[in-house]
Design a protein around this ligand. Structure first.
Ligand code: SAH
Ligand code: SF4
Ligand code: F3S
Length: 476
């Protein structure tokens, strides 16, 4: 093993930020990699958020263009890549368990290559752990190193040595990278990468680099291509979509982009995630004025207590959040609203937690994604003393979830006996005579019907309302 085979991540470098515009690069695949994957199968396992889903589609695109063929079965694969998430301890443990289980496959297929990428690969301590304890891993590459994959595989096939390439730089933007999307009717479209918000509990700013926006033209071109390919829905992705464009030094904001994306005519537009910070009036106007922007907003609150919000570095108070939320409810009355909530942030008191419960009462969310705080090494919150018993946190989560389910159910009642439009995903996972899809409000609908295909937009009559889904029958 020579040193040059390892480029390791550095937490210190990952913390850096500058105001310089990010470099834009063009991807091209060197001729010598074109046939590298011939007669080889790959399998990608994806954890984490939509950013990772989209990255896996890029990785698949690169591998496809190298002649590899995708497969679902790890047992028959020649290359297994695990695209990891580092946002909570639980997510990491799951991946480490998975890598452990893969070791066995190498006894059947000694030529099998196992690679780890994604956000865990960006963590200094995780990479050290994998290098020491998980000898079955042949390749580790970071979120900034996806386009190095052909080179890394070429080198492994040539010298049979383990490779690690994880840059902790702020990041660039690479365009024209091949993509093999996993769905043919809904597409993830990155509008920006990285995060500069540095919420004190969160690892993402360290694993994804600084906020950097793609050029408007590149985004619109991508969406126009998707329309030509028959896509019905795009979800514009960014850790903070409202920060779109701020790094480009142009007078062109997320609100402007929403208007231009709406003009493409794609039937359904969604976006993830909008931070309460910087949710400005141009955004609200664009959402209001374009009927193909779906009536659904995810607005993470994280906590309903101003003291905890301050310790989280969320940049808003309980009252400021309510002010924005109430305004959105007023301006966009038929919209569905969801949120993210963390319980058990270091030394969250009973009173602070009660504030979170009462915030849910105030907002009456359609749904909430709730988490117990997970300590992430390298983040500021990891240094905060935390004396709260884990059992107390679990009880809080349960109380919170009960409340969330109550309002989810209450909100869903408005759909009883209504006709809704559903973009069909396909046959339901649970029952093969049942189809499933989503309403504009992002409500999951399971329904019966005939001769329906993924990508169809159909009318469904809702017959039964559950807390987290709706049941119905095809209406025409
Ligand atoms: N950029 C998005 C969130 C990305 S992470 C935003 O700001 O809304 C998704 C969710 O995971 C967060 O909203 C938060 O609720 C949760 N999360 C992030 N770090 C966490 C941690 N250390 N422990 C528990 N939950 C966490
Ligand atoms: Fe994490 Fe906060 Fe950035 Fe969201 S905004 S990714 S929670 S640091
Ligand atoms: Fe996880 Fe990375 Fe997304 S930590 S939530 S996969 S940005």
């Amino acid at each position: 093993m020579t040193k040059k085979d390892y480029v390791l991540p550095s937490l210190n470098d990952a913390r850096r930020r500058n105001r310089e515009k990010s470099e834009k690069l063009d991807f091209s695949l060197d001729e010598k990699y074109h046939e590298l994957g011939k007669n080889k199968k790959y399998c990608i396992v994806t954890h984490g958020c939509q950013a990772n889903q989209r990255d896996s589609e890029t990785i698949a695109g690169i591998l496809d263009s190298m002649g590899y063929v995708s497969c679902d079965d790890e047992k028959t694969a020649d290359l297994i890549l695990i695209n990891t998430c580092a946002v909570r301890q639980g997510a990491e443990e799951k991946v480490l368990g998975e890598i452990g289980a893969l070791k066995r496959l190498k006894t059947y297929n000694p030529d099998l290559l196992i690679g780890i990428c994604g956000c865990m690969a960006q963590e200094e301590r995780t990479v050290k752990l994998i290098l020491e304890k998980y000898r079955q891993v042949d390749l580790i590459f970071g979120t900034h190193n996806i386009t190095s994959l052909p080179k890394l595989l070429y080198e492994i096939y040539t010298d049979k040595k383990r490779k690690v390439e994880v840059f902790s730089k702020m990041g660039e933007i690479v365009e024209n990278v091949p993509v093999s999307r996993f769905m043919s009717h809904k597409a993830w479209v990155n509008i920006m990468y990285g995060c500069d918000k540095f919420c004190t509990y969160c690892i993402v700013p360290y694993t994804r680099g600084k906020e950097r926006s793609r050029q408007k033209e590149d985004i619109i071109n991508e969406i126009n291509t998707l329309i030509r390919q028959g896509y019905k829905e795009v979800c514009l992705l960014g850790q903070n979509v409202n920060a779109y464009g701020k790094d480009l030094n142009q007078d062109y904001t997320f609100g402007n982009l929403l208007n231009d994306v709406a003009l493409t005519g794609i039937p359904r537009i969604r976006f993830m995630t909008s931070h309460p910070w910087d949710f400005d009036d141009t955004m609200i106007e664009a959402i209001k004025n374009n009927s193909n922007i779906m009536p659904y907003i995810h607005l993470p609150i994280q906590s309903g207590n101003t003291g905890i919000l301050k310790k989280m570095n969320r940049r808003y108070t309980r009252e400021e959040y309510f002010e924005l939320y109430d305004k959105l409810k007023r301006e966009l009355p038929d919209f569905a609203f969801t949120t993210d909530i963390i319980v058990g942030f270091p030394n969250e008191s009973d009173e602070a937690f009660e504030d979170t419960l009462s915030a849910v009462d105030h907002c009456e969310y359609d749904n909430a994604f709730t988490f117990i705080y997970s300590r992430r090494e390298g983040t500021p919150a990891a240094l905060m003393e935390d004396l709260t018993d884990h059992r107390v946190k679990e009880e809080r989560l349960q109380r919170l979830n009960e409340k969330v389910a109550y309002y989810a159910n209450k909100n869903n009642q408005r759909f009883k006996d209504q006709i809704v439009e559903v973009l069909v995903d396909g046959i339901s996972k649970r029952n093969s005579s049942v189809y499933s899809g989503y309403t504009p409000e992002n409500k999951l609908v399971n329904f019966t019907g005939e001769n329906i295909h993924a990508g169809d937009i159909v009318k469904v009559k809702i017959t039964e309302v559950l807390s987290f889904s709706l049941n119905g029958v095809l209406a025409e």
